[in-house]
Write a protein that binds this ligand. Structure first.
Ligand code: M6R
Length: 607
C-alpha cells in the first residue's frame, strides 16, 4: 500500500505535493517520487528510501510546474528501488497508484505484443502503458483512462497527468481509498483527507469504481460505464498543522506518554460523569437480542479484539467468534442473519478488515466498527462507529490507539451486559470505577521505566523471546511479542501460558528470555506454575505483575516489574502499556528506526 497525491492549480505544485507526502509517509516509505508538467512536458524526480531522500534530490534538481502527482511507496511488485519508484509513465502520461493490479501479467503481455516498451517490474506500469497506447491510438486522456480502467482487476487508487494538458488530472478508485479536495482555483487528489488537510477541508470521497476528471475549477465524477456519478462534498475536521514530537525522541515515546490522556478522553465519550454509567450512542440494533458477535481485525487491533472478546463473554455472556480479517473473509463461516460484526481498526482503511466488513454485511450481520479515523472508508460503510479518541497516531507501531480500542471495547462489554441483564447496577459501578481509575494508574507506569530498562537489557541480547499470559492476558502477550518484533527485529512468540508445556518448552534455555503478563487473581497460580516449569529448565523470567503477585514472582523471576494495583477487569489495559514500553526500550538499545521500522507501513491497504 502506498500514499498518492495530486494537484492541479496555479501554485508551485512540488512543495504542496511534498508536504502531502510527508503526511502520507505512514502508508509506506520504500521510495517516493513526484512528477509535474513543465511547459507541457512530464518531468519527474524519484528516490529510493524515505521521503527525506526525495527532498535531497529536489534540492539539487528543482521541479517547477503547477500540476503534478506524488507517491510514497510500500513495495508490492518489484524491489524497492529508484527504478521501481512511482510515478511511472511515458512521455505522454504519468501515473501514481496505490493497490495491486491483479491481472497485470496478462495485460503486460498484451501491451508488449502491441509494441509498448516496459521499463519497470511494477504492476502499475501496465496502467501507464495501456493509457499511453490508447493516447497514441488517438483517444483523449479521458477516453484513454476510461478504456484502461475497464480492463483492470484488483485494487487501485490512481492519479494521472497528461503531457500537453496542463490543467487536467484524472483520479480513479476501486478497493483503495481516494479523496478529491476542492480548493480555490485548485483541486487535489489524496489517499486520505489527512494528506489534504493543510490544503483544503472540502473533501468528496470517490465511490468504489468511480473516477473523476479534475481541472483547477472543479471535478466531474463518473462511474465505470462513463455515466455521471453523484458525489458529496464534506468538511473535514482534521487538523491542518504538522504533528510534532513535542520534545520526545520518537513519536512512539510521545504516543506512549499519551496513554493516560487518550484513555481518559475515550472513556469520557462513553461514561456519563453524573450517573457513572456507560452510555453508548444510539445503536441501530438491540444489544439484548443479538445472538452472536463475530469480531475481526488485523495485527494489534485484533489483539485488542481478543481482550474485548474475553470481556464480552465473561461480563455479557454473549458468544464471540474471533478471527483475523484476512482469514475470516475467505473462511465463509455460516452466520445466522441478525448477528453483529465487530470490526476494529485504527486507520479504518486496512484492506483485509474492510473486505471482512463487506462480507459480514453480505452475510446479514449488523456492522459496528471501533475506529480511530472518523473519515475513513470503514466509517462510511459501518452501521455504527464507536470512536477511539486517540488522535493521529504517527508511529507505525500502534500504542495509544490500542488502549483506546480497549477502552471502547470495555464500555461495549458493560453496555452489552447491562442490556442482557448479566450486569447489575452494582457490578457496573465497580467496572466503571476500574476504568475511570485507569488514566491515573497508566500515568504511574512511567515511574517503572528504570525496571523496564533493566528487563530490556536482557531482552535486547536475545535472539528469541517467549511471551506468556493466560485468559485476557494471553492477548497482552501477543501484543507484547508483536511490538517487540516490529520495532526491535527480535524474534518473539506469544503462547497461552498453559500451552507452553505442549511444545514451546523445548525452546527454553538461558538464551530465551520469557516475558510474562501475570497479575494476581483467578489465573495467577496456574500461570505461576507454568513460569516455575520454565524457570526449572533454566529460563530467565521477566514478569509483569501487581503488588499481590510480586511476592511469589520475586522468588522465581530474574526481574519482577510491579504494576500499580488495579481491578482485574482493567488490568489487561495497564499490562499492554507495560509490554509496549518494554519493546520501546529494547528498540532504543538496538538502535532501530523506531517510528518507521523496516518493511512495514502504518496502514495496509492491500490484501
Ligand atoms: O489500521 P489498523 O488498526 O486496521 O491496522 C491493523 C494492523 O495493521 C496494525 O495494528 C499493525 O499490526 C500495527 N503495526 C501494530 O503495531
Amino acid at each position: 500500500m502506498c500514499g498518492i497525491v495530486g494537484v492541479v492549480g496555479l501554485r508551485d505544485a512540488t512543495p504542496l505535493l511534498f508536504g502531502a507526502l510527508r503526511r502520507l509517509e505512514y502508508r509506506g516509505y520504500d521510495s517516493a517520487g513526484i512528477a509535474t508538467l513543465v511547459n507541457g512536458h512530464i518531468e519527474r524526480r524519484r528516490a529510493e528510501g524515505k521521503l527525506d531522500n526525495l527532498g535531497i534530490v529536489l534540492e539539487r534538481f528543482a521541479l517547477p510546474g503547477v500540476t503534478g502527482i506524488g507517491h510514497t511507496r510500500w513495495a508490492t511488485h518489484g524491489a524497492p528501488t529508484e527504478g521501481n519508484a512511482h510515478p511511472h509513465g511515458t512521455e505522454r502520461v504519468s501515473v501514481v497508484h496505490n493497490g495491486i493490479i491483479e491481472n497485470h501479467a496478462e495485460l503486460r503481455a498484451e501491451l508488449e505484443q502491441a509494441g509498448q516498451n516496459f521499463t519497470t517490474e511494477t504492476d502499475t506500469e501496465t496502467v501507464a502503458q495501456m493509457v499511453d497506447l490508447h493516447l497514441k491510438q488517438g483517444m483523449t486522456p479521458s477516453q484513454a483512462a476510461h478504456a484502461c480502467l475497464k480492463r483492470l482487476h484488483g485494487a487501485y487508487a490512481l492519479a494521472m497527468i497528461f503531457a500537453g494538458h496542463p490543467e487536467l488530472m484524472i483520479g480513479a478508485r476501486h478497493g483503495a481509498p481516494l479523496a478529491v479536495g476542492f480548493g480555490e482555483d485548485e483541486m487535489f487528489l489524496g489517499s486520505d483527507s489527512l494528506a489534504l488537510a493543510p490544503l483544503t477541508r472540502r473533501i468528496a470521497y470517490l465511490r468504489d469504481g468511480d473516477w473523476a476528471v479534475l481541472s483547477r475549477h472543479g471535478a466531474e465524477f463518473f462511474d465505470l460505464d462513463g455515466t455521471p456519478a453523484p458525489f458529496e462534498i464534506k468538511t473535514s475536521a482534521l487538523p491542518g498543522g504538522a504533528i510534532g514530537k513535542d520534545g520526545y525522541r520518537h513519536y512512539m515515546e510521545k504516543e506512549l506518554h499519551e496513554h493516560p490522556l487518550v484513555i481518559g478522553q475515550t472513556l469520557q465519550r462513553m461514561i456519563d460523569p453524573a450517573t457513572r454509567r456507560v452510555v453508548l450512542p444510539e445503536l441501530p440494533f438491540d444489544l439484548a437480542t443479538i445472538p452472536r458477535i463475530t469480531m475481526t481485525a488485523c495485527g494489534s487491533a485484533f489483539y485488542a479484539g481478543l481482550i474485548g472478546r474475553s470481556w464480552l463473554e465473561s461480563e455479557a455472556r454473549i458468544p464471540v467468534d474471533a478471527d483475523v480479517a484476512s482469514e475470516l473473509r475467505y473462511r465463509e463461516p455460516p452466520l445466522a442473519r441478525g448477528g453483529l460484526g465487530l470490526l476494529i481498526s485504527q486507520s479504518g482503511e486496512t484492506a483485509d478488515t474492510l473486505a471482512a466488513l463487506r462480507s459480514l454485511r453480505e452475510a446479514g450481520q449488523h456492522v459496528l466498527s471501533v475506529l480511530n479515523v472518523a473519515e475513513s472508508t470503514m466509517a462510511r460503510e459501518s452501521d455504527i462507529v464507536l470512536d477511539t479518541i486517540a488522535g493521529p497516531e504517527i508511529c507505525v507501531a500502534s500504542t495509544k490507539a490500542f488502549t483506546a480500542q480497549l477502552s471502547v471495547l470495555a464500555c461495549l462489554a458493560i453496555a452489552t451486559g447491562r442490556a442482557r441483564g448479566t450486569i447489575d447496577e452494582a457490578r457496573e459501578e465497580i467496572l466503571v470505577q476500574a476504568l475511570l481509575d485507569l488514566p491515573g494508574r497508566a500515568a504511574e507506569l512511567f515511574g517503572l521505566a528504570p525496571m523496564i530498562q533493566q528487563a530490556a537489557q536482557i531482552v535486547a541480547e536475545a535472539r528469541d523471546v517467549l511471551y506468556l499470559g493466560r485468559g485476557s492476558h494471553f492477548p497482552v502477550a501477543l501484543e507484547g511479542a508483536l511490538k517487540l518484533k516490529e520495532i526491535s527485529y527480535i524474534h518473539a512468540e506469544a503462547y497461552a501460558a498453559g500451552e507452553m508445556k505442549h511444545g514451546p518448552i523445548a525452546l527454553i534455555d538461558r538464551n530465551v528470555p520469557i516475558v510474562a503478563s501475570a497479575p494476581s487473581g483467578r489465573l495467577f497460580d496456574k500461570t505461576a506454575s507454568n513460569l516455575q516449569e520454565a524457570q526449572a529448565r533454566g529460563g530467565r523470567l521477566l514478569v509483569f505483575t501487581d503488588p499481590d503477585g510480586a511476592a511469589r514472582m520475586e522468588r522465581i523471576a530474574e526481574c519482577t516489574i510491579v504494576l500499580p494495583e488495579t481491578h482485574a477487569f482493567a488490568a489487561p489495559i495497564l499490562h499492554s502499556i507495560a509490554v509496549q514500553m518494554l519493546a520501546y526500550e529494547v528498540a532504543l538499545l538496538k538502535g532501530t528506526d523506531v517510528d518507521q521500522p523496516r518493511n512495514l507501513a502504518k496502514s495496509v491497504t492491500v490484501e
